[in-house]
Structure formats: structure tokens, C-alpha cells
Write a protein that binds this ligand. Structure first.
Ligand SMILES: [Zn+2]
Length: 294
């Protein structure tokens, strides 16, 4: 079965993770721009990070047969540094025009401050100008209120709900997100947010329409195989194969296809691997024999 992980921070993962993901059926991924665990002190760091998502990280994925797409945005945490936020919003348009950028994101709320709201609304406008959908992070603290705030802001600014993916849902937010007409993402974690069995229960209750699951794996304790593991848990619980394919493949493809930069034909077959290829003179290999497929 082909798997799409629509939210995974591969920058912080190893080549072992790429190998394991490919072996588990992951064919394509979206890597959202986010914060890096500690605050950046200059917009230049964002420029380098955005370029690495488009360049080196896409190359690393390709070396293991995985197609890499990304989203570009100013994350909610760093929206609270007004000077930095202004500069990053200024540089975003040039990145939003790049091939392989399939949404504006992760945007949204962390502490639910006025500064976060300003940056959220500004990036909804950027998404509209660039005809891109948006990937929205919902806060860990006071999630229900943060999700409500998100849905209200989308409505108030007339942003088309079918172009919004509201992520990190739980039992207390999913119903409202679906009722609003947005797509609903779920980050499957070893301990927090959502796990495989709870996800199974949500699918049994709400069905597969506009439901998306991801691993959200990053530099914290997380698991880049959570999408294939959730697919297996759904199958074991008797959820029909059509629904599993819809959740783990069709839905993310359909959502990000709204960018005009990801088509079914582009991801239908697994990318072939050629590890002889270099990126600006650099390889992922350390003395290994390059793997080359037809
Ligand atoms: Zn994330």
C-alpha cells in the first residue's frame, strides 16, 4: 500500500528514517516549515532553512525513493518576535512562488496572542495571492479554544474552508473542524496528541472524508512510521481498505493538489533511486556503494 505522510519534519531525522519509511510504503511526504526548537535570531536563518527544505532535504528524500514537497510559512511561536516576523513575512513571497511548495504553513496559534493573529491573517492573504492552500498548526495548550479561534478567523476573512487543513486534532476538536468544512489532520505520536487506537475510533465514528493522518515526526520523541502503523491499526480493526487508502493517500494528494504543484501522476509511482547523483557536490553516502534502480 502506498503511503503519503503529509506532515513530517525530515530535516531533524536520519537517513535510517528515510530507509525505514520507504520500506514501510511511504512514497511521498510534505515537510512543513516550522520552528527549530530554539528561536532564530535573524531572518537570514529563515532564508537558509527555507532553501534547505527546497534543496538539500528534497535531495536527501530522493536518495531513498521518496518524493519531497514542502510548505513555507512563519510559525506561530516566532510570530511573537515582531521585528523578525515582519522580515520573514517580507521574504515569504519569493519562496511561495517556488515549485514543490504546496501550501502556506505551518501557520496558526501557539499562545493565541494578538501578534500570532496578525501573522496568521497576513499569511492567509499571502496564500490567497499565491493561490495556495494553508496548513494550520493548532496549539497544545488550550487546544479547543485555539481551534475555535482558527475556524473563526478563517470564516471572518472569507478564506475558503476546502483550502484549509487544520492539524493536530483530538477528540475535542475534530467535530468542529469537519462541521466548518475544513480538512482535519491528526498527528500520531508515541505519547501525546493522538495515537493509533484513538485514531481508529475517530474514523469509526466520523468516516474518512477530509480526514488526514501524519507522523509530524521532528527533533522530539516521535515516530516517522506512524502513518503506516495507523494504516495497519485501521486494517486490524476492520476498517475497509477504501477508507484507509482515502485517509493515507487520496485525501492528502487531493488537498495539496489544490496548490497546482502536486498531481496524482507525479506521485503515482515510487521515485527510482540513483545514489550516484550529487547535490552541489555532496552525497548522502559515506563510502557505501551507490544504489541505482532502473
Ligand atoms: Zn509540525
Amino acid at each position: 500500500m502506498k503511503i503519503f505522510d503529509p506532515h513530517v519534519h525530515m530535516t531533524s531525522r536520519t537517513t535510517d528514517d528515510y530507509e525505514a519509511m520507504a520500506a514501510a510504503g511511504v512514497v511521498a511526504i510534505v515537510e512543513p516549515a516550522f520552528w527549530l526548537g530554539q528561536p532564530r535570531t535573524s531572518a537570514a536563518s529563515f532564508i537558509d532553512y527555507f532553501n534547505s527544505l527546497l534543496g538539500w532535504e528534497r535531495f536527501r528524500a530522493s536518495q531513498f525513493g521518496i518524493r519531497h514537497f514542502c510548505t513555507m510559512g512563519l510559525n506561530p511561536k516566532e510570530a511573537n518576535n515582531p521585528k523578525l516576523a515582519e522580515e520573514v513575512l517580507g521574504i515569504l513571497p519569493r519562496f511561495l512562488r517556488k515549485d514543490g511548495v504546496v501550501a502556506v504553513g505551518e501557520i496558526g496559534f501557539d499562545d493565541q496572542t494578538d501578534a500570532e493573529m496578525r501573522c496568521f491573517v497576513a499569511q492567509l492573504e499571502l496564500a490567497r495571492e499565491h493561490e495556495l492552500p494553508v496548513l494550520i498548526h493548532t496549539p497544545h495548550r488550550d487546544k479547543k479554544r485555539g481551534t475555535q479561534l482558527t475556524l473563526e478567523a478563517l470564516k471572518q476573512h472569507g478564506f475558503p474552508m476546502e483550502r484549509a487543513l487544520v492539524d493536530h486534532n483530538t477528540e475535542e476538536t475534530l467535530e468542529a473542524v469537519l462541521a466548518a468544512g475544513a480538512w482535519a489532520g491528526h498527528s500520531i505520536y508515541p505519547e501525546t496528541k493522538m495515537d493509533e487506537q484513538r485514531m481508529v475510533a475517530l474514523v469509526q465514528r466520523f468516516g474518512a472524508e477530509r480526514i488526514i493522518v501524519n507522523s509530524a515526526a521532528d527533533w522530539g520523541v516521535s515516530d516517522p512510521l506512524k502513518v503506516p502503523k495507523t494504516a495497519a491499526a485501521m486494517a486490524a480493526a476492520g476498517i475497509d481498505e477504501d477508507s484507509i487508502v482515502q485517509i493515507c493517500w487520496n485525501n492528502p494528494v487531493q488537498f495539496f493538489a489544490q496548490s497546482g504543484r502536486l498531481e496524482l501522476q507525479m506521485v503515482e509511482t515510487r521515485a527510482s533511486v540513483d545514489q550516484r547523483v550529487l547535490f552541489e557536490g555532496n552525497s548522502v553516502l559515506r563510502g557505501q556503494t551507490p544504489r541505482v534502480e532502473d
